[in-house]
Design a protein around this ligand. Sequence first.
Ligand SMILES: NC(=O)c1ccc[n+]([C@@H]2O[C@H](COP(=O)([O-])OP(=O)(O)OC[C@H]3O[C@@H](n4cnc5c(N)ncnc54)[C@H](O)[C@@H]3O)[C@@H](O)[C@H]2O)c1
Length: 429
Amino acid sequence: MSNIKSVAVLGSGTMGAGIAALAADRDCKVLLLDIDKDTVEKGKMKIVNEKKPMLSKPSNIENIATGTFEKDFHKISDYDWICEAVVEKIEIKRKIFNEIENYMNKSSLVSSNTSGIPLKDITKGMHEDFLKSVCITHFFNPVKIMKLCELIPGEKTSKEVIQKLSIFLKDTLEKGVVYGKDTVNFIGNRIGCFFMFKGLHEGKNARKNNISIEKMDALLSKPIGLPPTGLYGLIDLIGLDVMYSVGKNLEFNLPKNDLGRDFVSLPDEELNLYNKGQLGRKTGGGFYRINRTIEDQKLKEVYDLEDNIWKPALRENFNVSYDVMLKDTIEGQFVWNVMGASLLYAADLIPEIADDIVNIDNAMKWGFAWEKGPFEILDILVPEKVVEKCKNLRVKVPKMLEILSNSKNKFFYKEKNEFLNIHGEYQKI
Ligand SMILES: NC(=O)c1ccc[n+]([C@@H]2O[C@H](COP(=O)([O-])OP(=O)(O)OC[C@H]3O[C@@H](n4cnc5c(N)ncnc54)[C@H](O)[C@@H]3O)[C@@H](O)[C@H]2O)c1
């Protein structure tokens, strides 16, 4: 059992409210702080919202005390875990971290819920003793529903801190924990963003080949074990504004030779939408929108990026499976160029972002609702065939596929409970 019994959550927005609600629902004593009383009370109201309540029992709201940064920061000294969930701006996070250092109890644990800013940048110049207690706990939205929490130690974080938080996240909050490294966007978002940006860039070519947005989404969903939103539907959910700033963060922080560097900006058509504020569901439409007909029926429409007009969205369906991406059809090439490329990208990121394939597979399944992780998909495709395709296309064979090829083994997983490690040997999960 974990000995974390109380949590101070700093920031009561989407994520802060979600984390506070989950902890309160598991009988923790919670302190929720924000910039002013109105904001934090709004955050608290979200938790008990009748339409989408975040608590299993409404009375659990009594576990949450609220306050403001200005008046109540000192109260964090009474809490076992301090979780920062303020807006994704490094200078604001650094300011909050300086305050945490001032007021915390030395035995407390501290984490940031940043989606992608490396911890070393948030904590640059802060005291070594403080850094031992600090790490990243990256929850996914909505906190109540998404299983994933990425746990990322900094260079100085003590093993004990990671162990304590890991037990709490798994046993008390019932999250699926993956262990990542302090690199830009960590695991899920590093691969997920590559998939989305590469998808948008390939989408432009695909449209020239008469593969419509609806067709692309039909291909990049059920046939290859991805959620029904596909690519464009997913970006509508996230918002082009978020994609734009995620791209800027990647541009700044991706390693020099990273393959994702070529795809960190929005293609012209999407930039156009961004500039005119057509961002996605939050603005009433992005690539798709729901319109009302004269008869007051709901009509799903899709935005034609070339003609700049809304059109009725067509229902598309492809009776294909994972191996479509190994086929030489126009659809197959498109899926290979987006999903295949994402699998190869993931297979080149060990040990940079995680120590093993299991952490990467779990991150994509638990955080992005992929039915299978990248290495499980490569096993379905048969790794030898993927290597052959890479060689035919003169594409660099990624690290983990090379390790597998050079070993006497054929697949990344053996039975259910062994995986191929970075030395090309099977290891128990
Ligand atoms: N929304 C997501 O899908 C998601 C998922 C994972 C991680 N994250 C990360 O979680 C963190 C919070 O994101 P969110 O979606 O809850 O954002 P949000 O905009 O809903 O909430 C941000 C909070 O920061 C507070 N804030 C704004 N300016 C501030 C300032 N100057 N000083 C102190 N606090 C200030 C706001 O009052 C608000 O409560 C970010 O780091 C974000 O990247 C978000």
